[in-house]
Design a protein around this ligand. Structure first.
Ligand code: CU
Length: 397
């Protein structure tokens, strides 16, 4: 047995390329970081799932239908108490993402991207509304409606009024709330749903302004941002989390309908990196970690004071960010006990590290840099295969 404890050590190495598709971990990034090839693949997967390429579960309006059928209950505070708003939509994202990834072998590296409406560059540009950019999703060519013919999606003018879009201020109001959920309009979940989530739905308009909103592919990138903020709440507000609902009315029926094994509600889905779900229709899925990359870097860390333990075989953690200025892949990966400080700088944390035990296979792939820092423990025993590699294509292994 050979044990390696790394500390503040920069590792960039090249190893033989291995064929290890199909087990990559989820790292969701800003859609603005997608390379052209990723945009093409993402749209291809969306259309394949829409056409029923996997199963009837993801086909056509299915997600819109299940969202609509639960719309009048506790998943939205406008119709119920909102106690399952975060968990229901987190579950829905995971479900849809898995559909995309299993729709075809060439798509199995994809993760849902997020749309950070707080700092989307077009918000600062006074683009005119023209026949060519409206009502399609301006600037964001990846989800232009001309790529989704037959989906029956409509959108509003969008550019005409930016005031409904959420801001840094509405975000700050949510993430500093001392209560996760309550019937009060000032709880985190309520503020997240209200002035943040609702505003983007209204701004996009058309189908996105209705209970059938999951018909529009913008729904999923929007809700990824909502989900990311929940993850940030978990990460950045130690001591503030409280009142995670431990019961629910909605999710069990949804689970049975959709073939999921486990009941999901806010209390056991609050850390998206440790969601304990299993899925029956395709293959068992366990330890389906979700990580959010931002500002060109992703942090692979433990949470809540414990190490993150890599379980299972053939784990691939991959993060690239495309730089349209230099026309190159970038993307830094920090493995170990890190967090972002108030200025968004990456600093040491005290939450727990990252552990790869004997017998596991774990590969780190990034476009620019991979750093193993405090708390990282790689225990290499018989059969262990741990590599770090800088890759040159978004889906590179
Ligand atoms: Cu929504």
């Amino acid at each position: 047995m050979h044990t390696i404890y790394t500390r503040c050590l920069l590792i960039i190495c090249c190893v033989a390329t291995l064929h290890i598709r199909g087990t990559a971990q989820i790292i969701r990034k800003n859609y603005l970081e997608f390379a052209t090839s990723e945009k093409t693949d993402y749209v291809g997967a969306l259309n394949l799932v829409w056409a029923g390429g996997v199963s009837t579960v993801g086909k056509g309006t299915h997600f819109a239908d299940i969202h609509g059928s639960h719309f009048g209950t506790n998943i939205h505070s406008m119709r119920g108490d909102g106690s399952n708003f975060t968990s229901f939509h987190r579950f829905m994202l995971l479900h849809y993402e898995l559909m995309l990834r299993t729709s075809a072998p060439q798509y199995d590296y994809l993760a849902l991207p997020f749309w950070d409406w707080r700092n989307d560059p077009p918000k600062n540009i006074a683009l005119p509304i023209t026949a060519s950019n409206s009502p399609n999703f301006w600037y964001f060519d990846m989800l232009n409606l001309n790529k989704f013919t037959g989906w029956g999606v409509t959108r509003g003018a969008m550019l005409s009024d930016l005031s409904s879009l959420p801001t840094q201020q509405t975000f700050a109001t949510a993430i500093t709330s001392s209560t996760f959920w309550s019937l009060s309009s000032t709880s985190f979940s309520r503020v997240l749903e209200g002035s943040n989530h609702n505003g983007a739905h209204v701004w996009v308009g058309g189908t996105m302004g209705t209970g059938a909103s999951p018909r529009d592919p913008i729904f999923f990138i929007h809700h990824c941002m909502v989900d990311k903020i929940w993850q940030m709440y978990e990460d950045e507000t130690t001591g503030l989390q409280s009142n995670y609902p431990t019961t629910n009315y909605i999710i069990p029926s949804y689970n049975k309908q959709e073939g999921w094994v486990d009941d999901l509600y806010a209390d056991n889905t609050k850390d998206s990196r440790k969601i304990p779900f299993r899925y029956l229709l395709t293959q068992p899925v366990t330890n389906y970690d979700v990580w959010y990359a931002d500002k060109g870097a992703v942090i692979l860390d433990g949470a809540n004071g414990i190490d993150f333990l890599v379980l299972g075989i053939n784990k691939v953690y991959r993060y690239t960010a495309f730089d349209y200025i230099s026309n190159t892949l970038k993307g830094k990966m920090y493995v170990g006990d890190y967090k972002r400080d108030a200025t968004n700088a990456i600093v040491a944390d005290i939450k727990g590290g990252f552990v790869v035990n004997a017998g596991n296979v774990c590969h780190f792939r990034a476009g620019e840099e991979i750093t193993f820092g405090p708390g990282t423990t790689l225990t290499a025993g018989a059969g262990t295969d741990v590599t770090a590699k800088i890759i040159t294509t978004p889906n590179g292994f």
